[in-house]
Ligand binder design. Sequence first.
Ligand code: NCD
Length: 317
Amino acid sequence: MNELQFGNDGRLRHLITLDGFDCTRIHALLDRADAMRADSRGGAQSLDLLAGRTLINLFFEPSTRTRTSFDLAAKRLGAQVINFDIARSSTVKGESLLDTIHTLEAMHCDAFVVRHQETGTPELVARHLHSAAAVLNAGDGSHAHPTQGLLDALTIRRHCGDFGALRVVICGDIRHSRVARSDVHALRALGVADLRLCAPANLLPAADSSEFPQCRFFHDFDEAIEGCDVAIMLRLQKERMDLAAIPSEAEYFARYGLSRTRLARAKPGCIVMHPGPINRNVEIADDVADGPQSLILDQVANGVFMRMAVLAELLAP
Ligand code: NCD
């Protein structure tokens, strides 16, 4: 994948996965996101770094945060954005994905932001482009969500500083989560030594999986959250699972939900994160989601600056 994502000069060409990103590259992107925040005065002022550039959002799965923040990020850098409306496009007449891409390329565009239910779609698009456009993965199946991994790392760095000393737990539907996979790639590269994954057995990856290197697996959330600095909660992705495989929501919350009592087992001041959308009182209690330790809306805000940074890295002259 590295040969696809990085040019011969080491410059980022596409963003498909964080697998292969080292600590220096990630910190440089996080620094750039902080600079974007400062330069745009927190988003109040537009920049013109990408004036004359065109970005196309191609979302084959629903999205609130990711799509809006790519849209805002590109516009705040002066680019034009087309939010391609799949439901009203020739896709419904049976036009293939690659024919759609080549058609859009013929009108000239500089970047495609692709979300798709199938693992590997953004990579497939990147490998079959006719032009020098960049492809950004906005989530493919259970595989990767690299800008979410970066914005989560940015959120943690802003609040906790040094990664090396952190104990982080990711709890929820790990098996189906592209966010968990990208978070683990980022946090491992940044040096988090104690990285814990917690879920019921059927929502953890298969025991022989090598997808989560050097993580400790837990089935007991009370044990997993003990002494943690960061708790990242994940949604039950019902659209990707056999519904018979999960317990009732009340049972799930009792064992894996983040309540105030359970949060008290973590380190005082432990930060609480969730990529959204949240299922209130299924994976996270209302008073935790809305409480003082929750950074859920900070993640959303950081997402715009993070995507500005990535777009600048890929497209700025
Ligand atoms: C996530 C996604 O779509 O992968 N949401 C997001 O992008 N913020 C997580 C989810 O859908 O549960």
